[in-house]
Design a protein around this ligand. Structure first.
Ligand code: DX5
Ligand code: ZN
Length: 240
């Protein structure tokens, strides 16, 4: 089943609860929280205190995407703050298996993230442990970037591996997912569709979430990507 996962990175941070409520009314079912440390990626965002406040603002699962070095040092804090899903980058974890076990141990659903330049096959060994795999379709650090087309082949490859291995982890895609790319992303095999700028960029989260989800569901039913009749999505705008 496809699900829309609004990324609050492009939301108005002074009105996060309202923004999330609007995205939920538009059909968003998981809230994506981008955690950046200024080291692993060239940007800084939010951490456990904000997750703790978000926990009071919504009952939707909080999907925390850690773009940080030494994630092991922060797993406990995210668990205490109320995170539901925690994903860590393959590229940031020299002992990935241990980090995923730590997330599980704290009662959260573990995910692994791979950057655009990282091959899907490199994570094969840990696939049985994860709840979701997040394929980055931009280089992480900013919202509003262009979707990298070769990500589609990586999504298909991951879906193929999942079938071959008989596993049930979910496939999530993050970066440049918008009205003009979401159908292809779904057709390639992704189910968790992270969208920041395309949901929050125009300040019409309910309307734009609904429009995106509509395209995604049509694509999932095999209706293809016409996009006809959809309201124009906001222009791409790189967000801090
Ligand atoms: C980028 C973040 C994304 C970001 C996506 O590093 O991981 O979650 O919010 O933004 P859009 O959908 O605008 O590309
Ligand atoms: Zn993200």
């Amino acid at each position: 089943m496809v699900e829309l996962v609004p990324s609050i990175l492009s939301a108005d941070f002074s009105r996060l609860a309202d923004e999330i409520a609007a995205a939920e009314r538009g059909g968003g079912t998981v809230i994506h929280v981008d955690v950046m440390d200024g080291h692993f990626v060239p940007n800084i965002t939010v951490g456990p205190p904000v997750v703790k406040s978000l926990r009071k603002a919504t009952r939707l699962p909080l999907d925390c995407h850690l773009m940080i070095e030494n994630p092991n040092d922060f797993i406990e804090a995210f668990a205490e703050a109320g995170a539901d899903w925690v994903s860590v980058h393959y590229e940031a974890c020299p002992h990935l298996h241990r980090t995923l076990e730590l997330i599980l141990h704290h009662g959260m659903k573990p995910g692994v993230v791979i950057n655009p330049a990282t091959r899907v096959d490199l994570i094969e060994q840990i696939l049985p442990m994860v709840h979701h795999v997040l394929i980055m379709s931009v280089n992480p650090g900013f919202g509003g970037q262009e979707f990298i087309p070769f990500s589609l082949r990586k999504i298909s490859r991951l879906a193929q591996l999942r079938r071959e291995l008989g596993l049930a982890f979910r496939i999530e895609v993050d970066g440049g997912v918008a009205h003009d790319t979401i159908a292809q992303v779904v057709q390639a095999g992704a189910e968790l569709l992270v969208a920041g700028n395309a949901v929050f960029g125009a300040g019409k989260a309910e309307r734009d979430a609904r429009a995106l989800l509509d395209i995604a569901r049509k694509a999932a039913r095999g209706a293809g990507n016409s996009g006809t009749g959809q309201k124009a999505a906001p222009a791409r705008r790189r967000t801090a």
